[in-house]
Design a protein around this ligand. Structure first.
Ligand code: EPU
Length: 356
């Protein structure tokens, strides 16, 4: 397998930030990983796993060996009374996979349409949208250990899924369901992911933007395809297309607070958008917090806050004139936003993407 040196990473990150990998290996199979581990030049080299590059901010050239995962393949592995079990290679484009499952007559992923990135990256941050998270449709995944070359399977509990979180985002140890497990950040390559698409299919509704579409179309029983089309339309109207405007989706997580903290914030601004969670805590809309601090449409260097969704930071330069925003500019803007939201509301926003 070929390891390329000094590779431009601009095409491999959806922010379109200009940076280079000292070395990059394209992984198309399990055998490629084993070959790499057996090669004395790369055995002990630190490694960074890159999927669709839709959730990273590159703040400079990448020194660890970049593993660009291009493992393809998708198939039905089983059909039980309760679900279709469908598997996809980690390098498959997420949205294409979602569209394909619908075409095959196996709905269940339609609320997650048009999320940028790959199938292998989806469990890493437990992608979610419009009332469905990856963990709700997850069956298991196969991964290969970057130290031993051993392939192993993880179920949902072992992945320690949380809100935009999993065992793959942490080094050290991770506590999940009272159990301590070893964090798997940069330790494994996810090879294949299996999904359980429930039978019979039931639409997941109740999200404000979807309810609006239902009212608009005077529809009470949407089909999977209708939901898919609406989700695509909602996202296209609100979120920038990374092919046109560089971005990494939501830049911060929606924070959760106690009822007391929420009461304090409501006293500062009664319009704060908030949702009650089952565990008694309250989720705040980070986009609203940022918006109400006046950030929408603002620019620092060539990094900006998207005009239609303040939670999304964009690269205003790439593809037009010259080099576009640097990772440093994006992070300077992110820090300025964090400071002003903290000063006004006492909330420290947590970035969602991996900063490298
Ligand atoms: N809002 C504002 N101003 C803004 C942005 C949002 O007032 O500039 C308000 C909206 O009006 C709405 C509320 O904040 O009342 C929430 O906004 P929205 O429905 O757009 O959802 P979000 O909480 O900002 C989350 C996810 C998105 C996901 C949508 C839909 C996170 C961090 N983001 O966004 O995920 O698509 O819900 O489910 O949880 C991503 O993770 O990259 C992503 C795009």
């Amino acid at each position: 397998m070929l390891v390329e040196k000094n590779v431009p990473l601009q095409p491999f990150n959806t922010f379109h930030i200009v940076a280079r990998a000292h070395a990059l290996a394209r992984i198309t199979s399990e055998a490629d990983v084993r070959a790499l581990l057996a090669d004395p030049e790369w055995t002990n080299e630190p490694k960074f796993v890159l999927g669709g590059g839709s959730n990273v901010v590159l703040t400079g050239d990448v020194k660890p060996l970049v593993l660009k995962v291009d493992i393809g393949g998708r198939r039905l592995v089983d059909e039980t009374a309760k679900a279709y079990i469908v598997e996809a290679g980690a390098g498959e484009v997420w949205h294409d996979f979602v569209a394909w499952t619908l075409q095959q007559g196996w709905p269940g992923l339609e609320n997650l349409a048009l999320i940028p990135g790959t199938v292998g990256a989806a469990p890493v941050q437990n992608i979610g949208a419009y009332g469905v998270e990856l963990q709700d449709r997850f069956e298991s995944l196969d991964a290969i250990d970057l130290q031993t070359g051993q392939v192993f399977t993880l179920n949902a509990a072992q992945c320690a899924f949380g809100y935009r979180d999993s065992v793959f985002k942490h080094g050290g140890t991770v506590t999940s369901g009272g159990q301590q497990t070893l964090g798997l950040k940069d330790r494994v390559v996810i090879l294949r992911v299996r999904f359980a698409l429930p039978k019979p299919w039931k639409p997941v509704l109740g999200y404000a933007d979807i309810d609006k579409k239902m009212a608009e179309h005077q529809c009470t029983q949407p089909t999977p395809q209708q939901l898919f089309d609406w989700v695509c339309a909602i996202r296209r109207a609100k979120l920038p297309d990374p092919a046109v405007v560089g971005n990494a989706g939501s830049f911060f997580k929606n924070p959760t607070v106690t009822p007391e903290q929420c009461a304090d914030i409501i006293a500062r601004d009664p319009k704060v958008v908030h949702y009650y969670l089952d565990d008694g805590r309250i989720k705040l809309a980070a986009g609203w917090l940022i918006d109400s601090c006046g950030w929408k449409g603002k620019t620092v260097g060539q990094a900006g806050v998207y005009e239609k969704q303040a939670l999304v930071l964009v690269n205003r330069g790439a593809g037009t004139d010259g080099l576009g925003a640097t990772g440093g500019e994006v992070m300077t803007l992110a820090k300025a936003i964090q400071t002003s939201v903290y000063e006004r509301f006492g909330i420290l926003l947590e970035p969602e993407p991996v900063v490298l």
